[in-house]
Design a protein around this ligand. Structure first.
Ligand SMILES: NC(=O)c1ccc[n+]([C@@H]2O[C@H](COP(=O)([O-])OP(=O)(O)OC[C@H]3O[C@@H](n4cnc5c(N)ncnc54)[C@H](O)[C@@H]3O)[C@@H](O)[C@H]2O)c1
Length: 262
């Protein structure tokens, strides 16, 4: 049975990704800095009849990354790495410090680099491996959170770098870029403004925001053989956000058809 390593597996998106990869038959290495939530993820999968193990992995600590990935390889083969752990510190450049900037890059870019470097030789030796980086629409346009966005843009480039340099070994690398996803990560914003999700929906062509399962379905597809010819791409899971803005199209075209809500 091949192993899938997922970072940030105790979070809402990480947990949904672990569930969907377990349904595809992978044994799950559910890694997180928070063992309490990682245990819950692994426990849910085992209870549903799958195979899973919770392992502590702090993506900001090279030693921790290397020892967690080595323990997965020891039980190998590892077939899939999902770099999912991510978090933002700063809201704007004006309000942020160099420390915030560095923390955002460490957490959202360097951590994924470290995880890939820890699995690189195993994938090369096996002549196969799949990397899926959880990026964000923030890596493609400005929606606030500067350090996080720069890191996610870097993660998209890292994805292409792996695809091009390691394709010769049968290694594929792709990213998914979610827009707003209803998760606990939004709790602080929801506490400040209980209508935050309703307000966010306005900007999405589908007038909806994604669920963690929507992201997990995209990841499961990219991890599967159905995507064997796909590498180096970024799959938007953003309810149309990056396709364009209906409100703006209405202004530019002077047509009411873009916002015909009747
Ligand atoms: N929620 C959204 O709206 C949204 C939108 C776009 C992209 N994303 C991306 O999806 C991914 C998951 O987001 P989420 O909303 O589920 O986040 P979350 O905050 O719910 O979960 C993040 C997980 O990472 C873990 N974590 C924290 N510090 C860690 C560390 N040092 N090492 C390892 N793990 C650590 C946390 O314990 C938590 O389980 C992130 O990469 C995020 O940037 C989320």
């Amino acid at each position: 049975m091949s192993i899938a390593i997922v970072t940030g597996a105790g979070g809402d998106i990480g947990r949904a990704i672990c569930r969907s990869l377990a349904q595809q038959g992978h044994a799950i290495f559910a890694t997180d800095i928070n063992m309490e939530t990682a245990d819950i993820t692994a426990g849910e999968i085992v209870e549903a009849g799958g195979k899973a193990k919770s392992v502590r992995l702090d993506i900001t600590d090279p030693q921790s990354v290397s020892s967690a990935v080595s323990s997965a390889i020891a039980e190998g083969p590892v077939q899939v790495l999902v770099n999912n752990a991510g978090l933002c510190h700063a809201e704007s450049l004006q309000s942020s410090s160099f420390e915030d900037w560095k923390a955002d890059l460490d957490f959202n870019l360097h951590g994924s680099y470290l995880c890939f470097k820890a699995i690189e030789q195993h994938f090369i030796a096996n002549r196969s491996g799949v990397v899926i980086n959880i990026a964000s629409v923030n890596g493609q346009g400005v929606y606030g959170h500067p350090g996080y966005s720069v890191a996610k843009a870097g993660l998209l480039h890292l994805t292409r770098q792996i695809a091009v340099e390691y394709g010769q070994y049968g290694i594929r690398a792709n990213a998914v870029a979610p827009g707003t996803v209803k998760t606990a990560g939004w709790q602080a914003r929801a506490d400040k403004n209980p209508n935050v999700f309703e307000e966010a929906k306005r900007w999405y062509p589908l007038r909806e925001v994604a669920d963690p399962e929507d992201v997990a379905q995209g990841v499961a597809f990219l991890a599967s053989d159905k995507a064997k010819a796909i590498t180096g791409i970024c799959l938007p899971i953003d309810c149309g956000l990056t396709a364009g803005q209906a409100e703006m199209a209405g202004t530019f075209s002077q047509s009411n058809d873009y916002q015909n809500l009747t």
